[in-house]
Structures are given as structure tokens and as C-alpha cells.
Design a protein around this ligand. Structure first.
Ligand code: CUA
Length: 356
């Protein structure tokens, strides 16, 4: 009778056990105190009823008691706090080297783009046993990416990238829900996550694609004329984008930002917001001209330029010279504190080894 109403979805990710343990502990604590307090109420009501105690005994203060009933709850909530914080940090910090899948939510569907070039709607294929980082945005309203079997839920917001990650452990098909009310068809905004054995996934990802996401981005890069200004020599009117991704960028107002997905996106759509030091605010906005998918392609391309997995844009004269103003100091610490941008730490031509 209850087979269609499981109280707990299967555990299919590395996070699931942690989340469930915390959840069950909270339920156990709540149950314990519910029973304890109920039993004490009952006990006191009988023990100190009027017939037995016609005259109430007054107690005026007890420091020991005050300390006890402040200290015990404090200890309990601190345990809950630390435990939850540890899980929160695990959930919000994707491991280095995670493979990446881009997601665009819209009323009312999920669109996925794999870096290998595969595109899917309402179905997401991922390998078991690998870390997968989702880079998500919405082209209309707020949605929420919710996979109960993975115990992850993350809002998908218009106008910016949010991120979550998982490490699927058990091959199978799992529900994907939208967990944020997003209009009349919200309840129908469903999908499936298909977890495959890693080798099957590799085969799937390589089949029937014409070019990677980065190569699609490269086409956009030429098509929209980005390559006219973002050249790889010192003559470009815009910064050289080779080797930029994942590294600190010095801005003309003295601030330093990390060139992550959100920064690239903002620089395409609102180029005037953060101008790289040494350059003029001359780039036109591409707001409204590019679809979210095209922006993602461009981000993937610039990312590939950053870690040397894509060919440099024309013209190639002196790739990776110090044309692009990179913050002079604290590159090591900046790279360490950088948990949103995780380019595979390899093949970075002409980058100091200290960055690894
Ligand atoms: Cu999308 Cu609810």
C-alpha cells in the first residue's frame, strides 16, 4: 500500500548519508524531549495534585538549576550548529576538478548543457562515482533544482549563476523537481537524473555531438566580434582573455575580483560594472542579444582559454603575455580561497607553478 509513498528517497549520492544522519538526529532529539516533557507534565500533575499538596511550595531562584537548563540546551544547539555547518560547507564547496554541467531553467523545463557538447531537456545524464558541479541560471523566474535522492536543493536564479554539486553513487533514474513556485506549470516542471556507470557515460557523452560547448562558444566569440578587441597581443582594445579564468583580476577602481563564471557573465552582459585595470569602458552590452545558452558557451570558451584546453582566439602572436592585468600579489592565497572557479589544475602555460 505504501510502496508509492516512500518516507525516504533512496540514498544515491555521497551527501545523502550525511544529510540523513543529521535529519534523524534532529528527529530523535525532538522525539526525546517530546516524550520527556510529556512524561514530566504527567508525573508532576499527579505527584503535586491539590489533594496531596493543598499548600503550594514557593521556590525563589536556584543558580544551579538556571545554569543547568541554560547550559544543556546551549550545548545541544551548538552541536546541531556545528554539525549542520560542516554539511553546509561540504554542500557549497564543490571539490576541485569536478566535471561541470550547465543548467538553464525556464518556465517550465530544465535545459542541460554538457561541456562535451551534449544538450538535454528534462533529463540529465551523469556518471556514477564522479563529482559533478552544476552551474545554473534561469532565463525567467526563480526555480529550484531539487534531487531528493542526492539530498541537494539549490535555487536557480535569473541574472546570475548559482552552483551546487553532487557525487552520485548508485546508477539509476532519479526524480528531479522544481522546488520553487514558478507559475502555473510549476508542478509539471519535472525531470530525471540518469546516473550511469562512468564508462557508459563517457560513451554517451561522446556520441553524436558536433563539437564541445567551448567550441560553440568560440563560434559565438567570432560571430559577435569579441575576437576583434579581445586579442592575444597587446594591441587589443579589450583584455587578452587567455589564462584569465580562475585568476584574480585587478579592476580600475583598485578592487580585485576572481574571474569566475559569474564575472565572465557579468562582463558580457554589463561590461561597465567591473572594468579591468588599464582598459576603457568601451565594450557594448550584450544584454538581450545573447541567449543564456550562448552566454554559457562563451563562458565555457573563456574558461577553456583559461586552462589551455582551447585554442587561443586569433591573432596569436604572443599567447599569455602579461597583457591582461592580473593582480600582482597574493595569487596563491587568492587561488586557494577561490572555491567557485575550479579549472583543472594542469596545463596552464606560462602560469607560475605556485598557483597549483
Ligand atoms: Cu520552476 Cu517551479
Amino acid at each position: 500500500m505504501w510502496s508509492n509513498l516512500p518516507l525516504f528517497p533512496v540514498r544515491a549520492s555521497s551527501m545523502a548519508g550525511h544529510v540523513d544522519a543529521l535529519y534523524f538526529a534532529l528527529v530523535a532529539m525532538a522525539a526525546f524531549f517530546t516524550f520527556l516533557i510529556s512524561a514530566l507534565i504527567l508525573f508532576f500533575a499527579i505527584r503535586y495534585r491539590k489533594e496531596r499538596n493543598p499548600q503550594a511550595t514557593q521556590i525563589h531562584g536556584s543558580t544551579a538549576l538556571e545554569l543547568l537548563w541554560t547550559g544543556i540546551p546551549l550545548g545541544i544547539v551548538m552541536i546541531i550548529f556545528v554539525w549542520s555547518a560542516v554539511i553546509f560547507f561540504m554542500q557549497t564547496r564543490p571539490p576541485k576538478g569536478a566535471m561541470e554541467v550547465y543548467l538553464v531553467g525556464k518556465q517550465w523545463m530544465w535545459k542541460f548543457q554538457h561541456t562535451e557538447g551534449q544538450r538535454e531537456i528534462n533529463e540529465l545524464h551523469v556518471p556514477a562515482g564522479r563529482d559533478v558541479r552544476m552551474i545554473m541560471t534561469s532565463q525567467d523566474v526563480i526555480h529550484s533544482f531539487y534531487v531528493p535522492a542526492f539530498r541537494i536543493k539549490a535555487d536557480v536564479l535569473p541574472g546570475r549563476y548559482t552552483s551546487t554539486w553532487f557525487h552520485a553513487t548508485v546508477p539509476g533514474r532519479y526524480h528531479l523537481f522544481c522546488a520553487e513556485y514558478c507559475g502555473t506549470q510549476h508542478s509539471g516542471m519535472l525531470g530525471e537524473v540518469v546516473v550511469m556507470e562512468a564508462a557508459d557515460y563517457d560513451r554517451w557523452a561522446a556520441s553524436g555531438v558536433d563539437g564541445s560547448l567551448a567550441s560553440a562558444g568560440e563560434k559565438s566569440f567570432q560571430q559577435y566580434g569579441c575576437s576583434m578587441c579581445h586579442r592575444t597581443d597587446a594591441a587589443g582594445r579589450g583584455p587578452n582573455l587567455v589564462g584569465v579564468f580562475g585568476h584574480p583580476v585587478l579592476l580600475d577602481d583598485g578592487r580585485t575580483v576572481t574571474a569566475d563564471e559569474s564575472y565572465i557573465r557579468e562582463s558580457i552582459l554589463n561590461p561597465g560594472t567591473k572594468i579591468a585595470s588599464g582598459f576603457k569602458n568601451i565594450m557594448p552590452t550584450f544584454q538581450g542579444q545573447l541567449s543564456e545558452e550562448e552566454v554559457i558557451g562563451l563562458v565555457a570558451y573563456i574558461k577553456a582559454l583559461g586552462n589551455g584546453t582551447a585554442g587561443a582566439p586569433i591573432p596569436v602572436s604572443e599567447p599569455n603575455t602579461a597583457v591582461y592585468p592580473v593582480a600582482p600579489k597574493s595569487e596563491g592565497s587568492a587561488a586557494k580561497s577561490d572555491n567557485t572557479a575550479t579549472p583543472p589544475a594542469k596545463t596552464e602555460p606560462a602560469q607560475p607553478a605556485a598557483r597549483q
